[in-house]
Design a protein around this ligand. Structure first.
Ligand SMILES: Cc1cc2nc3c(=O)[nH]c(=O)nc-3n(C[C@H](O)[C@H](O)[C@H](O)COP(=O)(O)OP(=O)(O)OC[C@H]3O[C@@H](n4cnc5c(N)ncnc54)[C@H](O)[C@@H]3O)c2cc1C
Length: 446
């Protein structure tokens, strides 16, 4: 069977795919989005479990690109709940630090604690060297040399060996850049575009994904439970896709194909033989899918930041869990009455290798018991899911500043999503921004 009624086919309804689809749909192009799962949104969606509305991946929506898209699409953002307060746990004590001065202030606190502890125990200081670090920090922010390939950790070792300071930088790297401080080059670290305000949606991210899909449906279609099995290439040009729909193979012809499946899967779907060595080499070097454990903890009483409905907690000195988001404090609509929920994601010691899932889960459980002592009495792990290199559901398809180009060697075949992030962006803003770029390219092509 052949269907040739579409200008553009978009493979996958992740945030990048839906951004491109909704923007192009608004421009009057007829779009087909094909999604293999039963719901839209990919790693920016929601599933129901025991009465809880749980995230499939992302929970925090940083201010910026996502909000810009929603506003442009006329999607109501008034009900988004802002998170403006950040609490650090350092040496077991909680400190509130404004997000815009997070690193210097945290280092200042570590410096004071180190002095006090050294004095009390009459031991030598392990200097934090705050002023030296900050001088180096601001110097680097003014001029980064791309050729500097030393890691963040090595850069920091120039100034200090203090392990709490190293932990603070590693927390920043794993939380926002998809790699550890001993993996990420310092030149990439300083390109990061800071995020200081985040939102959570009280209806779950699927509500946003559905609204974007509705924009597409007005002038096109969104097929769920349908998988693209092949991208059709004729004379070096993408001319359509083969879709499995209701047990049948259907050929859909189109002028442009945009893949939201990740650059590697795009190659598999189109056939490696159509890609030149340069592209494949670039992909081997650049794509660094970052694994994590997505952890959701339910409880009969609030375990994290009780009474605070606009904050999150960053834990220093933990084994694995770093950023903890008390979802039910912020959006009680997402949990059943009388229940509470917090969310965290945990990175193993290497983001380059598949994780030992059983071992990593044990480390997470030890952290939860240590930092939330009431967990044993009132809490339970609702879900703990490995988002890994192997299962193709990573926290990010690559590290900060390692994005692939949107263009492929095949005419009219493009990628979108977080395998193609622009330098400095990551996560949902990175995916949305790639959607804007690909929509512009596709419009020109058509
Ligand atoms: C645990 C976790 C926590 C995260 N936390 C945050 C956070 O708090 N904030 C943030 O900004 N980002 C976060 N992220 C990252 C964020 O979720 C992603 O960067 C973003 O959602 C990726 O969007 P994407 O456009 O790349 O598409 P994806 O979400 O990767 O969607 C791709 C879609 O393509 C579909 N697909 C694949 N193959 C086919 C095929 N052959 N045919 C049809 N469909 C196909 C898939 O089913 C999927 O729906 C997190 C991610 C994870 C996993």
């Amino acid at each position: 069977m052949i269907d040739d009624d579409y200008d553009i086919v978009i493979i996958g309804s992740g945030l990048g795919g839906l951004t491109a689809a909704s923007l192009l749909s608004r421009k009057g192009f007829k779009i087909l989005v094909v999604e293999s799962r039963s719901r839209v949104g990919g790693r920016f969606s929601t599933f129901e479990y025991e009465g809880f509305k749980l995230p499939t991946g992302a929970i925090l929506i940083p201010d910026g690109w996502v909000i810009k898209l929603l506003e442009e699409m006329g999607i109501n953002i008034d009900n988004l709940r802002p998170i403006t307060r950040v609490f650090y746990r350092i040496d077991g004590k909680r400190y509130e630090i404004p997000p815009d001065i997070g690193v210097p202030k945290a280092l200042d606190i570590i410096d004071k604690l180190e002095r006090e502890d050294a004095e009390k125990k009459k031991r030598p200081m392990k200097p934090v060297e705050l002023s030296k670090i900050m001088r180096g920090y601001y110097k680097k922010m003014r001029g980064i040399k791309q050729e500097e390939i030393i890691t963040v950790r090595d850069w920091l070792l120039q100034y200090t060996e203090n392990e709490k300071v190293h932990d603070a930088f590693d927390t920043l790297c794993t939380g926002l850049m998809m790699a550890h401080s001993w993996e990420l080059p310092i030149s990439k670290f300083f390109l990061f575009q800071e995020m200081t305000k985040f939102y959570i949606t009280p209806n779950g991210n699927i509500s946003i994904a559905e609204e974007l899909a509705n924009v597409v449906r007005k002038n096109g279609a969104v097929w769920t439970n349908c998988s693209v099995r092949k991208i059709i290439i004729n004379d070096g040009r993408a001319t359509g896709v083969i879709v499995e729909k209701g047990g049948e193979q259907l050929e859909v012809k189109c002028k442009v194909v945009i893949s939201n499946t990740g650059a590697k899967t795009t190659v598999d779907l189109a056939g490696k033989e159509h890609f030149n060595d340069e592209y494949l080499k670039n992909m081997r070097i650049k794509l660094r899918p970052s694994p994590c454990l997505l952890v959701l903890v339910a409880s009969d009483k609030p375990l994290c930041l009780e009474g605070i409905d606009d904050g999150l907690e960053i834990i220093m000195g933990s084994r694995r869990i770093k950023t903890v988001i008390p979802i039910s404090n912020i959006c009680p609509e997402l949990v059943p009455t009388g229940q509470h929920l917090f969310y965290t994601s945990a990175k193993s010691e290497s983001t380059l290798h598949p994780m030992d899932v059983k071992y990593e889960m044990e480390q997470v459980k030890l952290d939860i018991k240590e930092f939330y002592p009431d967990f044993e009495k009132y809490g339970r792990i609702l879900k703990m899911r490995a988002c890994g290199i192997i299962n193709e559901w990573p926290e990010g398809r690559t590290w900060l500043c390692y994005g692939m180009p949107l263009e492929t060697p095949i005419t009219n075949l493009f990628n979108v999503g977080d395998s193609c992030i622009t330098p400095g962006l990551i996560g949902t803003p990175g995916s949305v921004e790639s959607g804007y770029r690909v929509a512009e390219i596709a419009e020109k092509v058509l």
